[in-house]
Ligand binder design. Structure first.
Ligand SMILES: [Zn+2]
Length: 74
């Protein structure tokens, strides 16, 4: 038996937008548009915030959190 477990692969695999499911456009891969890319970026950033914030309730007062902003120079 020479059965190769290889699924037929199209020459150009169409990537679907992870946000809305439309075919992704080259410029915004793997998304279809800048809007969907921004949405995913927002979700990702939010997720990071939640994960880090869950460790310390007072994340806003955490000095390490100041890296997100420009520290005042003295
Ligand atoms: Zn999309």
């Amino acid at each position: 038996m020479n059965a190769e477990p290889k699924p037929p692969v199209p020459d150009k695999p169409v990537r679907k937008c992870a946000i809305c499911g439309k075919p992704a456009a080259g410029k915004f891969l793997p998304f279809c548009s800048k809007r969907c890319a921004d949405i995913d970026l927002g979700r990702w950033l939010k997720g990071v915030y939640v994960i880090e914030g869950s460790d310390s309730p007072s994340a806003e007062d955490d000095p390490d959190n100041s890296v997100w902003m420009d520290p005042p120079e003295e």
